[in-house]
Design a protein around this ligand. Structure first.
Ligand code: ADE
Length: 237
């Protein structure tokens, strides 16, 4: 899977890209990440990419030409057309279901905003999918783009080993429940014992216990998931 990330601050990504799972996935050729600084697509002598908003008001707006022309040139860098995503607090909220949809694409072009936002014509011309990682405002789309990459690569076949399979993650599976409690050694610590059923070797009993725990935890912490507020599949059922 190929990611093209368009940003004014490519250096923000270097630590993240060179670590752990993502590094391994790139080394193994499962994931490619290409960074592009859209400042290089500015026509200005001083390479400005932002300007004052027409009509007045605070802050600066990202200009249409560098963003659109950068996306067009980046599209041409690989034969596979990329699905264009704009990271913005005005977008559709990122959920595991949306992550699954994104992971089914072979190439994503993630466009990170800064300043007060994009010139509206960026949307009119590129017709991107707009995604928000939550109802709060970040200083730019870079952290949001990392969140998208991080969540998506977990679902790219081969990135996780079998034993780390993402199918047991919270929000995964048909019911989209939170994950229940997990334990590892020691069996007892400060008087707290690992539940007997997990030591029983009875796989069916363990499966049932885990399912019940997941449901209880979801009921307590995120009843909205059970009501189907964030889960249109259940709401329809
Ligand atoms: N850029 C600024 N805030 C954001 C958010 N919440 N999600 C995605 N991109 C953003």
């Amino acid at each position: 899977m190929r990611f093209d990330i368009l940003t004014l601050f490519p250096d923000i990504f270097s630590g993240y890209l060179s670590q752990s799972l993502l590094k391994k996935a790139q080394d193994r050729g499962l994931v490619q990440v290409h960074l592009h600084n859209f400042r290089h697509w500015s026509w200005d002598r001083d390479r400005r990419v932002d300007d004052r908003p027409y009509g007045g008001g605070p802050g600066m707006v990202l200009r249409v030409e560098p963003v659109v022309e950068c996306v067009e040139d980046v599209q041409a860098m690989a034969p596979e057309p990329g699905h264009v995503v704009l990271l913005t607090p005005q977008g559709e909220r990122l959920t595991q279901e949306l992550v699954e949809q994104l992971a089914s694409r072979r190439r994503l072009i993630l466009v990170c905003g800064r300043y007060e936002g994009f010139d509206e014509r960026v949307r009119q011309i590129l017709r991107p999918q707009e995604i928000s990682i939550g109802d709060y405002v970040l200083n730019g789309g870079e952290v949001a783009a990392m969140v998208v990459v991080d969540a998506v690569i977990r679902l790219v076949p081969g990135v996780l080993g079998d034993e780390d399979s993402s199918s047991q993650d919270s929000f995964s599976g048909p019911q989209r429940l939170l994950e229940g409690p997990q334990y590892t050694r020691p069996r007892e610590y400060r008087g707290l014992r690992v539940p007997e059923v997990l030591l029983s070797g009875d796989h069916e009993a363990i499966r049932r216990w885990r399912e019940e725990q997941a449901r209880k935890r979801t009921e307590k912490r995120r009843p909205d998931l059970l009501r189907g507020v964030d889960n249109p599949r259940e709401a329809e059922a």
